[in-house]
Design a protein around this ligand. Structure first.
Ligand SMILES: [Zn+2]
Length: 199
């Protein structure tokens, strides 16, 4: 679930968006060519401009902030989430009477499994098949594309440039994050969308 904030001509309205609705908003934004950025807590912002009064451009936005932020995504967490995401065979199992996540022969211990569930990083369908939540995916994306060090403007290493001003650096970084977010939304499979819709 997300807190949803929508800006419009007379201010903004707030509400809640389910995971399925959040995904729908992202896919619609992609189709319309609106700018999307993932946020570190596992949310997203969507912005676009339209012609307002007197032909002046007005910026509109939809912001999705997760009810449960992903928290710190350590390297170990990222590895576990990557393992879950790499296969359709991740499921809940039981070890010593406690719930664990199994990915093939790989097991995520009960305590870690409980933490991932409490942080809403994973969810399962009625058959106990485990998948990452949209929030987890957005948090991972934002983590992968943080401000870079020295010459690289992004930690992914894909964005290297020599901007002459801080403004130029910010604008390059913003455009890069919008590009990777668009790629991300475009890459979400219909299987994932169907699983989200069914949950
Ligand atoms: Zn990047």
């Amino acid at each position: 679930m997300f807190h949803e904030t929508v800006t419009h001509a007379s201010g903004e309205s707030r509400g809640h968006a389910s995971e399925a609705h959040g995904l729908l908003l992202l896919r619609r934004a992609l189709k319309r060519g609106h700018a999307i950025q993932a946020t570190p807590p596992g949310g997203a912002s969507i912005t676009w401009s339209l012609l307002g009064h007197g032909g002046r451009a007005a910026v509109r936005s939809i912001t999705l902030a997760p009810h449960t932020p992903v928290g710190e995504l350590t390297d170990a967490t990222v590895r576990d989430l990557g393992a879950i995401d790499s296969t359709a065979t991740a499921r809940y199992g039981v070890r010593d009477g406690r719930r664990i996540i199994t990915v093939g022969l790989f097991e995520i211990p009960a305590l870690t499994t409980a933490r991932y569930r409490a942080r809403s990083l994973v969810t399962a369908d009625r058959t106990d098949r485990v998948r990452l939540t949209l929030t987890a995916r957005l948090g991972l994306l934002a983590r992968e594309h943080q401000a870079g060090a020295d010459t690289a403007l992004c930690s992914c290493g894909r964005l290297t440039a020599c901007p002459s001003t801080p403004e130029e650096a910010r604008s390059l970084t913003r455009r890069h994050r919008e590009t990777v977010a668009a790629e991300f939304v475009n890459s979400l499979s219909s299987t994932f969308a169907a699983a989200v819709a069914a949950s």
